[in-house]
Design a binder for this molecule. Structure first.
Ligand code: OXD
Ligand code: MN
Length: 592
């Protein structure tokens, strides 16, 4: 426990609001967590999986109405509406506190109130921050114990400080009509009610590490970004780090854990995972940008994960993992999901808890799936075979390149380098992805998702762009170089033209060579694009003409793109930094 008055007062306030039967402080002791696992198994909240095949692993099912983040019920409750900006839902904080307290009042009756002290980032790291989550869900406690560092050590590190984030979660009746995920940036506070699904209730993740932290970063001069962090070791043993932001469904976890092609492995290239979802970045003493992954585990999408698509992610899930909404294979008490392998389980329970009929499975009809398309694994980062030796150190890793990307069938080339930091911020601000058949709604619709932060920026996005520009000024010539990639160019029949997965390493190598001034490129209206011969195609069944075509920048397509960016920019009004408007004008002029 703690003597920190700010903590004790808040805990008392929430306790008298929710009226629990009992209170438990999470200490971080394994024995305490083991007791909670046993309790959750006894109530059916968790099912214990095969101890030989999946030691320490459990299965959980959420309510069918509670399977994903809910952007339409997520609010940034800044005091002034203007500060939430045009891309967030906003509500007056006084009104929202009242509404949420009314919803949560008395709802812990008959339940335990768990108090979880947690650190985002290695405890004591200068880049780490502390939070406390109160919850009535054992599932939340056990997931937070994987995704963050929890327990007494955190309270010791906090001491008497008031610099911590208040996270309050109440499951209530898991009623979608009264579900709210609210951030109060000026109060360092988060309240989440009526959900029990990961992204809405593991408050350290999107709510704190992105929405609240992006606001803190703006005020304190650092950056909280929706980025993976990857280390690439060359045969001389030198490791260079890149951070990359892609919208959902663009393969962030895959890139974070990729396995290089054999010819590169044979030469001695290695890949190290620092993070797969979030990067906190600060300027270090030497003036470079340093990044940590504030998380301690992976909350990854299960469907599509297999030994070929992401061997390292699959390995990470083999022990001490919590699976949510995947199928339960009763033949050996393990788990299964679409894309794991071709052996459809013949004796399985689907994610809704019903017997699954493999003979009715149609891969184009989501309603016949055994696992929910957004089913997840919560796996400890230490399980990952390629976890970086720097992961736990806390000093952060120096970032050489920042990579943006999205899913674009025709427009964006395989890779290009921006012409400057400002130009790179422009590229990030215009980032977009085309919807796939995997998501609800029309296919091929372009969704603008600046820096992949659209649902995660805790303040006005115009101010966020200005903050990026400001960071670039501070970094000067030590700033990482900014690139854009697109693994998803298609031919006229709609087939992907680039193999992706581990072969993306060929592109990453060009990026690193560019950072070191070693690789060639040609200047185009949008930035520097490699010549086809600059990308190493060793052992790849791809002709140079195909590569040339996916590196091409089509002026007509880009003129339409510039017009769309102009439209996209309108919503930021006066807050759009003039540097970005100038960048757009320069692009238009370059395309003439
Ligand atoms: C995630 C997301 O779950 O970005 O990481 O939606
Ligand atoms: Mn994410």
């Amino acid at each position: 426990m703690t003597t920190n008055k700010t903590v004790l007062e808040w805990v008392d306030e929430i306790k008298s609001l929710v009226n629990p039967d009992s209170v438990m402080w999470i200490t971080g002791d394994e024995a305490q967590l083991e007791g909670l696992r046993a309790e959750a198994v006894s109530t059916g909240e968790l099912e214990k999986l095969n101890e030989q095949l999946l030691p320490g692993c459990y299965l959980h099912r959420t309510k069918p109405n509670d399977v994903a983040r809910v952007e339409d019920r997520t609010f940034i409750c800044s005091r002034e509406k203007e500060n939430a900006g045009p891309t967030n839902n906003w509500c007056d904080p006084r009104e929202m506190y009242k509404k949420l307290y009314d919803i949560a009042r008395g709802t812990y009756k008959g339940r335990t109130m768990y108090i979880i002290p947690f650190s985002m980032g290695p405890i004591g790291s200068p880049l780490a921050k502390i939070g406390i989550e109160i919850t009535d869900s054992i599932y939340v406690v056990l997931n937070m114990a994987i995704m963050t560092r929890v327990g007494d050590r955190v309270l010791e590190a906090l001491g008497d400080s008031n610099d911590w984030v208040r996270g309050f979660h109440a499951k209530c009746d898991v009623d979608p009509e009264n579900r709210y995920i609210c951030q109060f940036p000026e109060d360092n506070a988060i309240i989440s009610v009526n959900s029990a699904y990961g992204g809405n209730v593991l408050l350290g993740k999107k709510c704190f590490a992105l929405r609240i932290a992006s606001y803190q970063g703006w005020k304190e001069g650092w950056m909280a970004e929706h980025m993976l962090i990857l280390g690439i070791e060359n045969p001389r043993g030198e490791v260079k780090y890149v951070a990359a932001a892609f919208p959902s469904a663009c393969g962030k976890t895959n890139l974070a854990m990729m396995i290089p092609p054999k010819y590169l492995r044979d030469k001695g290239y290695k890949v190290w995972t620092v993070g797969d979802d979030i990067a906190w970045m600060r300027i270090g003493k030497d003036g470079r940008l340093y990044a940590i992954n504030p998380e301690n585990g992976f909350f990854g999408v299960a469907p599509g994960t297999n030994a070929k698509s992401n061997f390292n992610a699959l390995e990470s899930t083999k022990k001490n993992t919590i699976f949510t909404n995947v199928a339960h294979d009763l033949s050996n008490n393990t788990v299964w999901w679409e894309g794991l392998n071709k052996d459809l389980p013949q004796n399985a329970i689907d994610w809704r808890g019903n017997k699954w009929d493999a003979s009715k499975f149609d891969k184009n009809d989501k309603s016949t799936c055994a696992a929910h398309p957004n089913s997840r694994f919560t796996a400890p980062a230490v399980n990952c075979p390629c976890i970086s030796p720097e992961f736990d150190k806390g000093e952060g890793v120096p970032i050489s390149a920042i990579i943006f990307g999205g899913r674009r069938a025709k427009c964006t080339p395989l890779v290009y380098q921006s012409k400057s930091w400002e130009n790179g911020v422009f590229v990030g601000s215009a980032m977009a992805s085309e919807t796939t058949a995997a998501a609800a709604g029309a296919v091929g619709v372009v969704r603008r998702d600046p820096m992949a932060m659209l649902p995660f920026c805790g303040y006005h996005m115009g101010d966020y762009f200005a903050h990026w520009l400001e960071m670039g000024k501070k970094l000067g010539d030590k700033a990482p170089k900014i690139f854009n990639v697109n693994w998803f160019r298609t031919d006229d029949e709609g087939n992907f033209m680039w193999p992706g997965f581990g072969d993306n390493m060929r592109v990453i190598n060009w990026i690193i060579d560019r950072c070191e001034g070693k690789a060639d490129a040609v200047e185009t209206p949008i930035g520097f694009v490699p010549r086809p011969e600059d990308i190493d195609l060793t052992d790849l069944d791809m002709d140079i003409e195909t590569l040339r075509s996916i590196l091409a920048v089509d002026k007509d397509i880009w003129s339409k793109e510039a017009a769309e960016i102009e439209e996209h920019y309108k919503k930021f009004g006066d807050k759009l930094p003039k540097e970005l408007r100038n960048q757009l004008e320069t692009l238009k002029a370059n395309l003439k």
